[in-house]
Design a binder for this molecule. Structure first.
Ligand code: NAP
Length: 297
């Protein structure tokens, strides 16, 4: 069997287009564009790139982008004051504080200070709680993007065996919750799981969010499984090259011989994250303006 390649890049492009169209309609109805504020503290090069591309994607989706770049030594009180100001600002529908923060800042306190109704990253405990009891709130972008790819591929997930590898608050746990809500039978595996290979072998759906390059081999997979690879790992550079290759948590080539469908790295889950961030911002804008959230997002 050669697995179907799940094209997250193309899916994300279509989602961004739909969001952009709805954003124009929102602007007509509300008299303003949906707004996303992104806060970056410090000069971490990867974070600079992420924040830059989020800003560009926001503008391309017909939304207002508010970027706040603060120095590395920003006191916590100043950051909290900025978040408070953004919470109050009616032009701002979504607030994202780029993680990781410099060591002197307490991430949990900063996330807790964001209004849950503007927490488009879905990291606030109120939104984690809403997800866990089935209320509508905001779901973290990466797992929600994975879920969109899965339902697009498989339709109804009822009764399917799903194994999520990884239990982080931003990927593994919300992913498992979403799969459970979709009536899959869910197992969460982690670093203490015994015989992880045989656990994965049961799965119709495998979501790998571990951060270990190509850990999941073809022998781990059930024939025909749908594999969503969240991992982004850079291998050491080959001789003569400046940068190493990017690979996922799944050995893509060999896994494609067994899986029914699989996301590549790059070009699979990665592009979904920003697209879902824009989608969450559009949803926030509708809720904040008291308008009905458009269907089919
Ligand atoms: P994380 O917080 O480091 O969590 C990793 C999880 O993997 C932990 O729960 C850990 O278990 C588990 N784990 C580690 N080694 C394992 C092993 N040998 N067997 C089974 N489980 C193991 O990472 P994360 O933030 O969830 O991210 C995971 C990966 O996804 C990373 O590669 C990250 O770069 C990528 N990522 C991509 C996107 C995107 O595409 N946009 C977004 C977010 C993350 P314990 O809990 O027991 O330690």
């Amino acid at each position: 069997m050669t697995a179907t390649r799940i094209d997250g890049k193309a899916f994300a492009a279509k989602l961004r287009e739909r969001v952009g169209e709805h954003a124009l309609e929102f602007a007509k109805a509300a008299g303003r564009k949906p707004g996303l504020a992104v806060v970056l503290v410090g000069d971490d090069p990867a974070s600079q790139v992420y924040v830059g591309s989020k800003g560009k994607a926001t503008v391309a989706a017909n939304m207002e982008s508010f970027e706040h770049r603060l120095p590395d030594d920003t006191p916590e009180a100043d950051l909290l004051a900025l978040v408070e100001q953004l919470n109050e600002d009616e032009r701002v529908d979504g607030i994202l504080v780029q993680l990781p923060l410099p060591g002197h800042l307490d991430e949990q306190s900063i996330i807790a200070s964001i209004s849950p109704d503007k927490d488009v990253d879905g990291f606030h405990v109120i939104n984690a709680g809403r997800l866990s009891v089935g209320q509508s709130g905001f779901v973290p972008c990466t797992p929600l993007g994975c879920m969109m790819l899965l339902t697009d591929r498989l339709g109804d997930l009822s009764g399917l065996e799903a194994v999520v590898l990884g239990r982080s608050n931003i990927v593994g746990k919300p992913m498992a919750q979403l799969l459970l809500d979709a009536n899959a039978t869910v197992t969460i595996a982690h670093s203490r799981t015994r015989e992880v290979e045989s656990v994965v072998k049961r799965a119709d759906i495998v979501v790998a969010a571990v951060g270990r390059p190509e850990m999941i081999r073809k022998e781990w997979l059930k024939e025909g499984a749908t594999v969503i690879d969240v991992g982004i790992n850079r291998l050491p550079p080959e001789p003569g090259k400046e940068k190493g290759r990017l690979v996922g948590d799944v050995a893509f080539g060999e896994a494609s011989e067994v899986a029914g469908a699989i996301t590549p790295v790059p070009g699979g889950v990665g592009p979904m994250t920003i697209a879902v961030l824009l989608r969450n911002t559009l949803v926030a804008a509708h809720r904040n303006a008291g308008l009905d959230v458009p269907e089919g997002l």
